[in-house]
Design a protein around this ligand. Structure first.
Ligand SMILES: Nc1ncnc2c1ncn2[C@@H]1O[C@H](COP(=O)(O)OP(=O)(O)OP(=O)(O)O)[C@@H](O)[C@H]1O
Ligand SMILES: [Mg+2]
Length: 236
């Protein structure tokens, strides 16, 4: 049987036409992160999940926009060197230079950083390499994070699923905390448990879980948006 073509990826953004509860859910997430940061200075946050399509990239973009709308200086980093979806979500060419070009020494900061608005900068993945884990393990990756940390209130890092590949676990050493994204209908209990174990095995600091697409009323969605996000913080 021919493989079913999957629907094109879509960014459900907190922009002007987003439903009120959707926008509010991101504001709540922002407030919770700000509380955490006030007590423990968490500024570099990594987003991962168990499997593809749980909404990591959507959550990272929308939280970056919501934080920047409140005047925070934010850098959004596409560290998913396997898909580089954020360039598509941010309406950039897939070929835009980014992390991999910095790591390879073929581009400088001014070539790669994209200003999205007054408070938000975007660092794309760059040319997708055949050896993402090896690239992410390079010493220079630490220097990239140090550079970004010194220039922002928050650095939000989008990564591939941690129960499928090791990229997020490798990157967790550079960040203050990890948020695990789950999505009803996609995330399984076993998948979430495996992700937690994989992150704990590298001493990652799991800040909490975002439940993306949690539909409180079961029928309260419009235009593909599900109205509610819920989250739960552990390990504070
Ligand atoms: N809350 C939601 N309601 C409806 N659709 C959603 C929601 N969150 C994400 N999606 C859809 O799911 C698809 C995958 O989203 P996204 O790219 O954010 O996932 P991902 O976890 O980053 O996937 P990958 O691991 O492949 O990078 C997109 O088309 C997006 O529009
Ligand atoms: Mg993604």
């Amino acid at each position: 049987m021919p493989k079913k073509k999957s629907a094109p990826r879509k960014l459900l953004s907190v922009g002007a036409n987003a439903p009120f509860p959707f926008v509010e859910a991101y504001k709540s997430l922002r407030t919770n992160l700000e509380f955490l940061s006030a007590t423990a200075n968490y500024k570099t946050i990594l987003f991962t999940s168990s499997v593809p399509e749980e909404g990591k990239s959507n959550v990272a973009v929308n939280l970056a926009m919501t934080l920047s709308a409140a005047g925070k200086q934010v850098v959004l980093v596409d560290a998913d060197l396997r898909k580089g979806t954020l360039a598509y979500y941010m309406h950039l060419k897939k070929s835009h230079e980014g992390i991999t070009n910095l790591l390879a020494g073929t581009a400088d900061w001014q070539d790669v950083i994209v200003p999205v608005n007054q408070n938000l900068l975007f660092l794309p993945a760059g040319l997708l390499p055949p050896n993402p884990v090896e690239m992410l393990s390079r010493k220079k990756m630490g220097e990239i994070f140090d550079y970004l940390k010194n220039r922002a209130d928050y650095v939000l890092v989008d990564t591939p699923p941690v129960s499928v590949v090791t990229d997020a676990a490798v990157l967790s050493r550079y960040v203050d905390g990890v948020i695990l994204v789950t999505r009803p209908g996609i995330t399984t209990i076993q998948g979430a448990q495996l992700s937690k174990r994989n992150l704990e095995a590298v001493n990652a600091h799991i800040l909490g879980v975002v439940m993306n697409g949690y539909d409180v009323k079961h029928s309260s969605h419009k235009d593909g948006y599900y109205y509610s996000y819920s989250y739960d913080y552990s390990n504070q």
